[in-house]
Design a protein around this ligand. Structure first.
Ligand SMILES: Cc1ncc(C[n+]2csc(CCOP(=O)(O)OP(=O)(O)O)c2C)c(N)n1
Ligand SMILES: [Mg+2]
Length: 626
C-alpha cells in the first residue's frame, strides 16, 4: 500500500501521463497519447532522458515526435485535440527561454479555442546554483520571475514545479483542467531544469491508472423552462451553431431539434458542419463573413438560440447582426461565462444534454409555414451565387473562390480542410459546403497565421483514415511552414494547397475599405521613387521552397490543372504541395454584413475621411443587448 518508487521528476511525469485516460459516453482513451518536443539544454537531460528511457523500456508510454518549431508543435497539438473532440490532448516539451516562449502564441490559441494541450516549458534553476543560466531573463526586483510567467494569462492552469513533491498536485490539477469541457485550454507546467533531473521517492499509487470522466453537464429544469418559454414565443427564431455543438457530439440532436421545430440553423467558423450544408434547415455561416440568407434571418430574428458559441465579433457582425428591436437570446453553453452573453436566458449545460432538454420542452412548437418558406427561398437564391463564385472563369489568374470550389467538389465527404488566417476563412465560411461535422477545420478564435500546416499534421495524426487538405496563403506559408519537414520525416501525409497572391489579399482589401489604400500589404520590391512597397514582383518561389523541404510539389496555373493536380495529390501517399497563383483582386460575393475596425477620426487623406464617414454610419447600427 505504501510502496514507493524512486524516479526523477521527469521520469515520474512520463510514467504518470502514460496512465491517464479520459472517458465519455462509455469510450475510454489515452488522455495524453504522445508528446511533441524540441530539446535544448533546458529539457534534454531531464524530460529528454525520461522520454528516452520510456521509449527503451515501455515504448507505448509516450511516443515522441520531434517538431521543427515550438509554436508549430502547439498548433499541431491543438489540431489533434480538436479533431478528437477534446477527448485527448498532446504534451509539448520545450527548452528554457526562447523554446518555451515560442509556445506562448500556441497557448493563447489553445485557450481561446478551449482546446486542451499540456505544455511543459523548461525553466530556470530552482536552486539558482548557477544563475543566470543561459537564456534566463533576470528580474532585479523578483527572484522567482522567469519568462514562463508569460504563460499565466494565456493558460487555463499554470504551475511551476520548484520541488519534486509539487508535481503530484500539479499533475492532478492539470488532468482535471484538460478534461473540463467548460474551462479547458492550455495547461502549463513549468519545469525548472534542475528539478526535472532530481530524484524523489514517489508513492506507487500516484502511477495507478486513472480515468477522468468528461462531464456532460445536465441543465437545471428551471433554466430549460425559462428557455423554452422564450423560444415558444418566437415567430422568427434562428439557431446559431458554434464549436460547442461539435465538441459535444451534439450534431444529430441539433439536426433533430431543427427538423422538429423548423427553426433554421446558421453556423459559426467553429460550428460549420454541425448541420450539413444541404439540409433543409441549414442557412449557412452567420456574421461578418456569413451568407446573405443567414444575415437576413439574423437581422429579423426575434429569438436567437446560440448553442456552444462564444459570440465573437465575427459572429455578431460586431453587434450589428441582430437588429430586431426586441431580439432576445437563449444560450446553451457548457460555460456559464458564454451562456450569459448578450443578456441571454442561459441554459448552462453540455450542448447535447441541453438540446435534448429543449427538444422535450418544444414538442408542440413549430415555426409557421410562411417563415419556413421564406428561409428556404433565401437559400435557393443564394445557391447559384456560390456556384457562380466556384466557376468564375476569372482571367488571367484564377480567383480564390474557384480554388475553393474545386477543392469542395473534388475531396471526399470525410476529408478535412484546414485553415486559419487571411482571406480564406471569410471566403470559406461563406462558400464552403460542409458534408461532415469534422470536415471544416478553420481556427478563427485566434486566427493565427502559421496554424495551417502545423495543425494539419496534428489533425492527420488524430484521423489517419481521413485525407487532410491544408489551405495556406503565401503570407502564412512564409511565416510557418516548418512542419512540412516533420510530416515528411514521420511519413504523415498531407495535401497542402498553397495559394500565392503575393501578399495579404485579406488585409489589403480591409485596408482599402478603411481608406488605407492597401498600404504595406503586397510582397513587392521597394520602389525608390514612391518610397512604397509597390515595385515589381519578387523572385520568391514558394513552390521551390516546399520542394526543398522534402514535399512533392505540383505547380498549377489554371483551375483545370489545379483539379488534376489535386486528384494526384489525393491519390499519393506522400505529402504533396499543390501550388497555384491567384488574383488577390478577384471578386467575392458580399456577406451584406459589417465588421467594426475603427477608422481614424481625423486624417489628411481623403480616402480615410471618406472611410470614416462610412464607419460612423455603420456604427449607428451597433447595439448593446441589454
Ligand atoms: C500571426 C499573425 N500575424 C498577423 C496576422 C494579421 N493578418 C491576418 S491575415 C494576414 C495576411 C495573410 O496573408 P496570406 O496568408 O497570404 O493570406 P491572404 O490574405 O493573401 O489570403 C495578416 C497579416 C495574423 N492573423 N496572424
Ligand atoms: Mg496571400
Amino acid at each position: 500500500m505504501n510502496e514507493t518508487i524512486e524516479l526523477t521528476v521527469a521520469q515520474a511525469l512520463v510514467r504518470f501521463l502514460a496512465q491517464q485516460y479520459s472517458e465519455r459516453d462509455g469510450e475510454q482513451q489515452r488522455l495524453i497519447p504522445g508528446c511533441f518536443g524540441i530539446f535544448g539544454h533546458g529539457n534534454v537531460a531531464g524530460v529528454g532522458q525520461a522520454l528516452l528511457e520510456s521509449q527503451r523500456t515501455r515504448p507505448g508510454d509516450l511516443p515522441y515526435y520531434l517538431a521543427r518549431n515550438e509554436q508549430a508543435m502547439v498548433h499541431a497539438a491543438v489540431g489533434f485535440a480538436r479533431m478528437r473532440n477534446r477527448g485527448q490532448a498532446m504534451a509539448c516539451t520545450a527548452s528554457i527561454g526562447p523554446g518555451s516562449t515560442n509556445m506562448v502564441t500556441g497557448a493563447a490559441l489553445a485557450t481561446i479555442n478551449r482546446i486542451p494541450v499540456l505544455l511543459l516549458p523548461s525553466d530556470v534553476f530552482a536552486t539558482r546554483a548557477a544563475s543566470p543560466v543561459l537564456q534566463e531573463l533576470e528580474d532585479p526586483q523578483a527572484g522567482d520571475v522567469s519568462v514562463n510567467d508569460a504563460f499565466r494569462p494565456v493558460s487555463r492552469y499554470f504551475d511551476r514545479i520548484w520541488r519534486p513533491e509539487q508535481l503530484v498536485p500539479a499533475l492532478l490539477a492539470a488532468m482535471r483542467v484538460l478534461t473540463d469541457p467548460a474551462d479547458t485550454g492550455a495547461v502549463t507546467l513549468a519545469l525548472p531544469q534542475d528539478v526535472q533531473a532530481q530524484a524523489h521517492e514517489w508513492p506507487e499509487r500516484f502511477f495507478r491508472t486513472r480515468v477522468w470522466p468528461v462531464a456532460r453537464a445536465v441543465p437545471e429544469p428551471e433554466a430549460v423552462s425559462r428557455a423554452t418559454e422564450v423560444i415558444q414565443s418566437a415567430r422568427r427564431p434562428l439557431i446559431i451553431a458554434g464549436g460547442g455543438v461539435l465538441y459535444s457530439g451534439a450534431q444529430d440532436t441539433l439536426r433533430r431539434l431543427a427538423e422538429q421545430t423548423g427553426i433554421p440553423v446558421a453556423d459559426t467558423q467553429a460550428g460549420k458542419g454541425a448541420v450539413p450544408w444541404d439540409h433543409p434547415q441549414s442557412v449557412g455561416g452567420v456574421g461578418s463573413t456569413g451568407t446573405p440568407p443567414a444575415n437576413e434571418l439574423a437581422a429579423a430574428a426575434d429569438v436567437v438560440i446560440g448553442v456552444g458559441t462564444r459570440y465573437s465579433d465575427f459572429t455578431t457582425a460586431s453587434r450589428t447582426a441582430f437588429a430586431h428591436p426586441d431580439v432576445r437570446f437563449v444560450n446553451v453553453n457548457v460555460a456559464a461565462f458564454d451562456a450569459a452573453k448578450e443578456s441571454a436566458t442561459a441554459v448552462v449545460a453540455d450542448a447535447r444534454r441541453g438540446l435534448e432538454a429543449l427538444a422535450g420542452g418544444l414538442a408542440s412548437y413549430r415555426v409557421d409555414d410562411a417563415y419556413a418558406g421564406h428561409y428556404r427561398r433565401l437559400v435557393e437564391r443564394w445557391t447559384p451565387v456560390v456556384e457562380h463564385a466556384f466557376h468564375l472563369g476569372h482571367q488571367p489568374l484564377p480567383a480564390q473562390t474557384e480554388v475553393i470550389g474545386a477543392i469542395n467538389e473534388i475531396i471526399g465527404p470525410r476529408d478535412v480542410i484546414v485553415q486559419a488566417a487571411g482571406s480564406l476563412p471569410g471566403d470559406l465560411q461563406m462558400l464552403w459546403r460542409a458534408r461532415d461535422p469534422k470536415q471544416y477545420h478553420v481556427e478563427y478564435g485566434y486566427s493565427c497565421m502559421g496554424y495551417e500546416i502545423a495543425a494539419g499534421l496534428g489533425i492527420k495524426m488524430a484521423a489517419p483514415d481521413r485525407e487532410v487538405v491544408v489551405m495556406v496563403g503565401d503570407g502564412s506559408y512564409l511565416m510557418l511552414s516548418s512542419e512540412i519537414v516533420t510530416a515528411v520525416s514521420e511519413g504523415i501525409k498531407l495535401t497542402i494547397v498553397l495559394i500565392d497572391n503575393r501578399g495579404f489579399s485579406s488585409i489589403g482589401s480591409l485596408s482599402e475599405s478603411l481608406g488605407s489604400q492597401r498600404f504595406g500589404t503586397a510582397y513587392r520590391y521597394r520602389n525608390h521613387e514612391s518610397g512604397l512597397l509597390d515595385g515589381g514582383n519578387l523572385p520568391v518561389d514558394l513552390a521551390a521552397n516546399a520542394e526543398s523541404l522534402g514535399a512533392d510539389v505540383l505547380r498549377t496555373r489554371t483551375i483545370d490543372e489545379f483539379r488534376v493536380a489535386l486528384g494526384k495529390a489525393k491519390a499519393s501517399a506522400r505529402t504533396t504541395v499543390v501550388y497555384i497563383e491567384t488574383d488577390p483582386l478577384a471578386p467575392v460575393p458580399d456577406s451584406e454584413s459589417w465588421w467594426d475596425v475603427p477608422v481614424s477620426e481625423v486624417a489628411a487623406l481623403p480616402s480615410t475621411q471618406q472611410a470614416r464617414q462610412e464607419y460612423e454610419q455603420h456604427k449607428q447600427s451597433q447595439r448593446e443587448y441589454l
